[in-house]
Design a protein around this ligand. Structure first.
Ligand SMILES: N[C@H](CCC[C@H](N)C(=O)O)C(=O)O
Length: 262
């Protein structure tokens, strides 16, 4: 079977995008993992199918690089919105379905503004915060992210006794640069490595910074692969709503491959 695919990246978090409105992609963990493999396949942090969804512009079906269907992916969501825009599915504003529910987004030439699901208040532990922004996120503040061993510590937390048995967690390391400006590095579950950016991760870090320092929206975040911005509103109930993840999402290339040969 001949597969047409597109490669997108959002601040260096990269994805294989497939227009699967005909639902003909032969989903299997093995195939997805192989396509995402950086030596045997195309190479990506994840694979996303764009499918039809009645009542919405499209549905985003996201798989981690290990081939398992993942929880919400913020940068993947932004890339899927750019892909839908490139396909002519919408002009300026879209409403689509993802694994954690309905999302809205707007596109302009430079960036995608994606509305994230509401988030409950952050869980504050002695040495870290924990938030679910569509995916689970451990957030730890450090003095210097560049001097942090993201993979070793990230892996220990992801497989550790608290989160390991619960399906694991993504692990973010946060450095305060100046008021409303963070620098973040993330170990991603499902990729099992550091990625250049994690959208649900920086969202968790921005909400955590509100709890720690009382910072108001928006918060700017520098990640390895670029810059993102997070807007939010804290409700009386303690919940966060009107959360937006804003930043670039870019088509890198498109290609064709014979599935049977990979
Ligand atoms: N890169 C993604 C996160 C994917 C979530 C996944 N790593 C998991 O929790 O299994 C993002 O931009 O939000």
């Amino acid at each position: 079977m001949l597969l047409n695919f597109y490669k997108y990246q959002g601040t260096g978090n990269d994805f294989i995008l497939i227009d699967d409105r005909t639902e003909s992609f032969p989903v299997s963990t093995q195939l997805v993992a192989r396509l995402c493999h950086r030596r045997f396949g195309i190479g990506a942090d994840g694979l996303i199918l764009l499918r039809n969804e009645p009542g919405y512009d499209f549905r985003m079906v996201y798989f981690n690089a290990d081939g398992a269907e993942g929880s919400m992916c913020g940068n993947g969501g932004r890339c899927t919105v750019r892909f839908a825009h490139d396909l002519g599915i919408f002009q300026e504003h879209t409403t689509f379905m993802a694994v954690d529910g309905v999302h809205e987004a707007t596109a302009n030439e430079h960036s995608i503004r994606l509305k994230m699901s509401p988030v409950g208040d952050s869980e504050q532990h002695e040495t870290y915060d924990f938030l679910d922004t569509g995916s689970p996120h451990y957030v730890a503040y450090v003095d210097d992210v560049d001097k942090t061993d993201v993979v070793t510590i990230g892996r220990a937390v992801r497989y550790g006794e608290t989160y390991g048995p619960r399906g694991g967690t993504n692990v973010n390391f946060v450095q305060v640069v100046s008021p409303n400006f963070l620098k973040v590095r993330t170990y991603e579950r499902g990729v099992e490595d550091e990625t250049y950016s994690c959208g649900t991760g920086v969202t968790a870090c921005a909400l955590s910074s509100h709890a720690h320092f009382g910072w108001e929206s928006p918060v700017d975040i520098a990640v390895v692969g670029g810059n993102l911005q997070v807007e939010f509103r804290k409700l009386e109930s303690g919940q966060f709503d009107d959360i937006y993840l804003i930043g670039p999402a870019v088509r890198v290339y498109e290609g064709t491959l014979e599935i049977e040969t990979i």
